[in-house]
Every structure is written in structure tokens, then in C-alpha cells.
Design a protein around this ligand. Structure first.
Ligand code: FAD
Ligand code: UDP
Length: 374
């Protein structure tokens, strides 16, 4: 039987990038995936001529020149810049919190006026905290932006998204949201940002060029489970706990699901991302996919559009595993599994499922680029 240097379980960004790099070094790789397609969560489905982000909106952004040059060496990227809009009971605000938001909220025009309004709004909670660091998300948000923004743009959205009260959530979740005193609606601070022209599948195809791939093949339910019969080494990007047959218990996940529909109008909401920050709507946001790849009046060239309502919910077996749960129970179980993984000879555990860590796309690529591949 033909033997590979690497059997790679999972054709997501980690598995595909690893396969690309190993192949470039002359290693022979076989990639398997239990899904019927490659690409993992960056996969796009063509509906009505529009690339639909099937597993949630994906915007590529990075500060790393090396990563940006690597992906642009494979596919060209467009100029998409993420500028989400928030809809609070019909009133619209720009995100992230910046001078446009403060103007829409309070009518202020200068950074000085905005700062004095924010300071007035924060005074109450800062007095209550009396120098102590915020102990939960509510205190953190109130001390960052004050009560009006917290009430209209944070509280109900966050409680929908996490299914828990803001007072029961850790402060760090909100810390990464930019708060700016300039008129700038770009959601990310990174130097490079965009979407592959023609969609993410082009990136996956370029990464997997010349690599043997079997889809519809579950590692645990196929002969490949006895991987030493097929390859010298294993790259595993599936769930960490499953590899060890859940011997320490199951790790929890937070998940989202999507209601996707075709609408007979060329331009449904005028923007790729609209967050619904009130609890009046059960979904957290609506994605209109064509705006990731068509700009200006080009959106009218296709008379239809595709929109996805995004709902946040508790994970149950059988659902997609999206966000690791950062609580003490899961963190300590994951640590124990990671220790077991570290003592597995010839197995590389990579990516968000096998490391039980939330990773954006660029850091996944960066990690593979830094690896020395034997
Ligand atoms: P995955 O893409 O999950 O790939 C793992 C693959 O392994 C899957 O294809 C799966 O089918 C396969 N697999 C699992 N078990 C088995 C098995 N037993 N046998 C065979 N195959 C198996 N990042 C950004 O940079 N920008 C964004 O805007 C962004 N938005 C996101 C939105 C959502 C809703 C989510 C969940 C993530 C988002 N990300 C974003 C993160 C991005 O999706 C990840 O960085 C990336 O998908 C990680 O790739 P991966 O290979 O680790 O995992
Ligand atoms: N958030 C919010 N209102 C918004 C968008 C985000 O309150 O309109 C909060 C929410 O708590 C969320 C956190 O900011 O969990 C981080 O949001 P981000 O968009 O960075 O993360 P994502 O939703 O993509 O995981």
C-alpha cells in the first residue's frame, strides 16, 4: 500500500495550510474530511451566483506582513473593510464605537464634546468601583463607554449572544471592542484586510493544489483511524476530546446557527453586517453576503440577494462546534487533554478544534508558517 508522510485529518485552514507547506517541502500528504467539501468553516456555497459564508461571516484581517503576502501569493484579495451597522429598535448606529456613534447617540460633534459626555456617563460606575477593576462585563462596559451605549448597543446583544446576564460574564469579552475618538467605522485595527476575490474556496483550492484529498471520510469511522498503516505522521485538526474518546469528559462549546434565504431584491440592507442589538429580535445579526464581494452600484447587477439571520445558542452534540467556553471547568479539562496530546508521538494537534482555542484565520496560518515540518 502507498504510504504518505502525513495523514491530515481536516481540510480547514490549518489542515490545508499544513498540506500546502509540507507538499512544498516534498512531503506526500493525504487530507481527509468528514464533510462533503473542503475548507472547513471558511467554505462558501454558491447560491444565486453569490458566495454564501455557510459557517458564518468570515473577514480576513491581519497585522502580519508575512501572512498577508503568503495568502496574496495564492489568491488576490479585494478591498472589503468591515464596517458593521447596529440597529437598536429601528435606530441605526455605526460600529465600532467611534465619533459617528457618539454623534448619532448624543448629537456631539467634536472629540472634546464626546469625551465629556462619556465621562459624565461613566461617573456613576467609576464612583461605585472606587478604583477597583471591573469584575464583570457590565461593569467593564459601563466604565468604558457609559450607560447609554451600554443600554442600546451592548447589554441586550451580549445577553442574546452568550445566553447569560452581562453581570455573569467575564469583563475580557468586551475589552477587544475598539473605542475610538475619531470618525472611523473600520471594525478592525489591523493593517491588512479583505476577502479573496472569487471567494474563500479559491484560497482552499490553491492551498490543496497537488494534494490528495478524500471528503466524506470521518477519521473515527474509516480505516484511516489506524493511521500508521497509511502515513508516518498524523496531523489532527478535529475535536481534542474526541481524539481521546472523551476519557476526561466532553468539552463544552457555544454555537450559532443560520437561517439563510434568497430575497428577490438586489440590495436588502445596504451593508454586509447589521447587528440587531435589541432583544426584540431573536437573532444577533443579519449578514447580506453579496456585500463581501461586490461594491457600490455593482450590487444591482444581480437582481437577487442572499441573507442569513444569525442565532446564538447552547451547543448540543450534533451541532457545529464554534466557540470554546472559557470557564474554569472547561479550561482545566482542556489543559489535561493538551497534556495528553503533548505525549502522543508523531501526532500534531492543530487548529481551533484540536487546541480548544478560539483562533482567527490569520493566526492559524501564522502558526503553520512558523512550524518546522519534519
Ligand atoms: P475548521 O475550519 O473547523 O476545520 C476543521 C476541519 O476538520 C473541518 O472541515 C471538519 O469537518 C474536519 N473534521 C473534524 N473532525 C473530523 C473527523 N473526525 N474526520 C475528518 N474530518 C474532521 N476568523 C477570522 O479571521 N475572521 C472572521 O471574520 C471569522 N469569523 C468567524 C465566524 C464564526 C461563526 C466562527 C465559528 C469562526 C470565525 N473565524 C473567523 C475563525 C475561523 O473560522 C477559524 O480561524 C478557522 O476556521 C480555523 O480553521 P481550522 O482548520 O482550525 O478549523
Ligand atoms: N458586542 C456588543 N454589541 C455589538 C457587537 C459586539 O455588545 O454590536 C460585544 C459582545 O459582547 C461580543 C463582544 O462585543 O461578544 C465581541 O464582539 P466581536 O464582534 O469582536 O466578536 P464576535 O461577535 O465576532 O465573536
Amino acid at each position: 500500500m502507498e504510504k504518505y508522510d502525513y495523514l491530515i485529518v481536516g481540510s480547514g485552514l490549518f489542515g490545508s495550510t499544513f498540506a500546502h507547506q509540507a507538499t512544498a517541502k516534498g512531503r506526500r500528504c493525504l487530507v481527509i474530511d468528514k464533510r462533503s467539501h473542503t475548507g472547513g468553516n471558511i467554505y462558501c456555497e454558491d447560491i444565486s451566483g453569490i458566495n454564501v459564508h455557510k459557517y458564518g461571516a468570515h473577514i480576513f484581517h491581519t497585522n502580519s506582513k508575512e501572512v498577508w503576502e503568503f495568502v496574496n501569493g495564492l489568491v488576490d484579495f479585494n478591498r472589503y473593510t468591515n464596517c458593521p451597522i447596529a440597529n437598536y429598535n429601528g435606530k441605526l448606529f455605526n460600529l465600532p464605537f467611534n465619533m459617528n456613534t457618539y454623534h448619532q447617540m448624543w448629537g456631539v460633534r467634536t472629540p472634546l464634546e464626546a469625551q465629556s459626555k462619556i465621562d459624565e456617563q461613566r461617573a456613576e460606575v467609576l464612583a461605585m468601583l472606587d478604583g477597583h477593576t471591573p469584575s464583570n462585563l457590565e461593569e467593564q462596559a459601563l466604565s468604558l463607554v457609559g450607560r447609554d451605549i451600554y443600554r442600546c448597543l451592548i447589554k441586550e446583544y451580549t445577553e442574546k449572544q452568550w445566553g447569560r446576564k452581562c453581570t455573569d460574564l467575564p469583563a475580557f469579552i468586551i475589552k477587544r471592542l475598539p473605542v475610538r475618538m475619531v470618525y472611523d467605522n473600520n471594525y478592525f485595527n489591523d493593517r491588512y484586510q479583505g476577502i479573496p476575490i472569487g471567494g474563500y474556496n479559491r484560497l482552499t483550492e490553491a492551498l490543496l493544489k497537488g494534494v490528495d484529498v478524500h471528503t466524506d471520510t470521518d477519521f473515527f469511522l474509516s480505516p484511516y483511524h489506524e493511521w500508521r498503516n497509511f502515513a508516518q505522521r498524523l496531523v489532527y485538526t478535529g475535536p481534542l476530546d474526541q481524539y481521546f474518546d472523551y476519557s476526561l469528559g466532553r468539552l463544552d462549546w457555544r454555537t450559532v446557527y443560520f437561517r439563510t434565504r434568497v430575497v428577490d431584491t438586489p440590495n436588502f440592507q445596504g451593508n454586509a453586517v447589521v447587528n440587531y442589538t435589541s432583544c426584540q429580535q431573536p437573532y444577533t445579526r443579519i449578514i447580506e453576503h453579496k456585500h463581501f464581494e461586490t461594491f457600490g452600484n455593482d450590487v444591482y447587477k444581480n437582481p437577487q440577494t442572499v441573507v442569513s439571520e444569525e442565532y446564538s445558542t447552547e451547543y448540543k452534540p450534533g451541532m457545529e462546534q464554534y466557540y470554546p467556553v472559557n470557564d474554569d471547568k472547561n479550561n482545566s479539562m482542556a489543559e489535561q487533554y493538551r497534556a495528553m496530546a503533548a505525549s502522543e508521538p508523531d501526532v500534531i494537534f492543530g487548529g481551533r478544534l484540536a487546541q480548544y482555542r478560539y483562533y482567527d484565520m490569520a493566526p492559524v496560518i501564522e502558526e503553520v508558517l512558523k512550524m518546522s515540518i519534519p
